[in-house]
Design a protein around this ligand. Sequence first.
Ligand code: FE
Length: 181
Amino acid sequence: MSVADEIFAVFGRRGAQAYFGERVSITEHSLQAAHAAQVEGAPPSLVVAALLHDIGHLLEDVPDDIAEWTVDAQHEEIGSRWLATRFAPAVCQPVGLHVPAKRYLCAIDARYVAQLSPASVRTLELQGGPMSAPEVAAFENEPFFRDAVRVRHWDDLGKRVGLTTAHLTEYRTLLESLGNR
Ligand code: FE
């Protein structure tokens, strides 16, 4: 199975589920994040990172209703590990850092905290809250931290009801050009 077919199967199985606490499905959310990356003229690796940033949610059995969450599912690490066997670090590293990027932005930018959705505020607590100063310094030493912050912004933009985007299958060529199996 090609990497694109594998990804389409993963989305096909669970992508129609609601995106936790938001009014779009996980597939719609992912397509909107990729769309936002393309609108900004992001490189192909980051368009794919945006598209697949939440694939960890689709690989894991976590409750649909955010109110049932008692621990963070660490979907970014699950997703990043899965992607690491299929794509270069330029794709999987920003995915693995997109939740730390939220904790980072909450620590350095008060306006960022103010615009988070209610569901995102709820998960922030489960994810450890805003970073401490030493955590901020360590995060800024991560080779892909800037890319992770970009993915985070596209993630936050991907919650608009009714936005028209490309279909998932339109990413086949891009996924297969970057995938290594
Ligand atoms: Fe997301």
